[in-house]
Design a protein around this ligand. Structure first.
Ligand code: ADP
Ligand code: MG
Length: 252
């Protein structure tokens, strides 16, 4: 078990962001956190990364109580919606930034990451010379450079147009298959979650409404809220769409 979230709650002033969350995320899974804006998804991710601490409850990472572990001790990579690249560094330098090993090892590892993220030809470019999709792949490569055991992705494709998004989500699923990592992806795009996640966690108002594989969520929504959430955004308008809306990768 990679991640065990036990009874975690968090308030900001009077605002309840998370209310007694219990969640298990098995090693190697790609899990999507889905739900409306303000439902607590980012707060939970930031807590896993160590940017926030829970008010109550515990977070276990690989069997250790990591609730108050500092960020560096968590072996986590984080990718944000806005890329957050260093503008004055080349792509190569951006990717190598977090590596605190010898020069030679850095070079070898960055080359490997450039290859993995299909950016070999862009290593001497600067971020402003890249498209949004390319920049986000650099952000992924930079997050992976420190060999994280857990990859946290907060709406990584939110700023990209629909076509790029669609390609990148398949690319992400393939990347996840290639490396030994547990990934958590925040999205408000139900179709994205359905297509690439092993498991979906549906949030509302700081609560977990339902956890299940995409097919379970789609076929057996546990509450009216889930039914509406799925229904409004995903009910396909034709049969072929319906057939592809079940992920090619999910657990049976
Ligand atoms: P989501 O990512 O699902 O959109 P968030 O986790 O960002 O939701 O937010 C959950 C709730 O907590 C919201 O009501 C939000 O306004 C509040 N919140 C999040 N971060 C802060 C903060 N740093 N200060 C005050 N309120 C916050
Ligand atoms: Mg958010």
């Amino acid at each position: 078990m990679s991640i065990l979230i036990e009874n975690v709650s968090k308030k900001f002033g009077k605002q309840i962001a998370l209310s007694k969350i219990n969640l298990e995320i098995p090693t190697g899974n790609l899990v999507a956190l889905l739900g409306p804006s303000g439902s607590g998804k980012s707060t939970l991710l930031r807590m896993l990364a160590g940017f926030e601490t829970p008010e109550s409850g515990r977070i276990w990472l690989f069997g250790k109580n990591a609730t108050f572990f500092p960020i560096q001790q968590r072996q986590i990579g984080f990718v944000f919606q806005d890329y957050a690249l260093f503008p004055k560094m080349t792509i190569f330098e951006n990717i190598g930034f977090g590596l605190k090993i010898q020069k030679k090892a850095v070079d070898a590892q960055v080359h490997e990451l450039l290859q993995l993220t299909q950016l070999e030809n862009l290593s001497n470019f600067y971020p402003h010379q890249l498209s949004g999709g390319q920049k986000q792949r650099v952000a992924f490569a930079r997050a992976l450079a420190v060999e994280p055991k857990i990859l946290l992705l907060d709406e990584p494709f939110g700023a990209l147009d629909v076509k790029v998004r669609k390609n990148l989500r398949i690319w992400l699923r393939n990347l996840h298959e290639k490396i030994p990592v547990t990934s958590i992806l925040i999205t408000h795009d139900i179709r994205e979650a359905m297509e690439i996640a092993d498991e979906i966690v549906l949030f509302q108002n700081g609560y977990v409404e339902q956890v299940g594989c995409p097919q379970e969520i789609y076929e057996h929504p546990a509450t009216v809220f889930v039914q509406n959430f799925i229904g409004h955004s995903v009910v396909p308008s034709n049969t072929s769409d319906k057939q592809i809306s079940f992920l090619p990768y999910g657990r049976k």
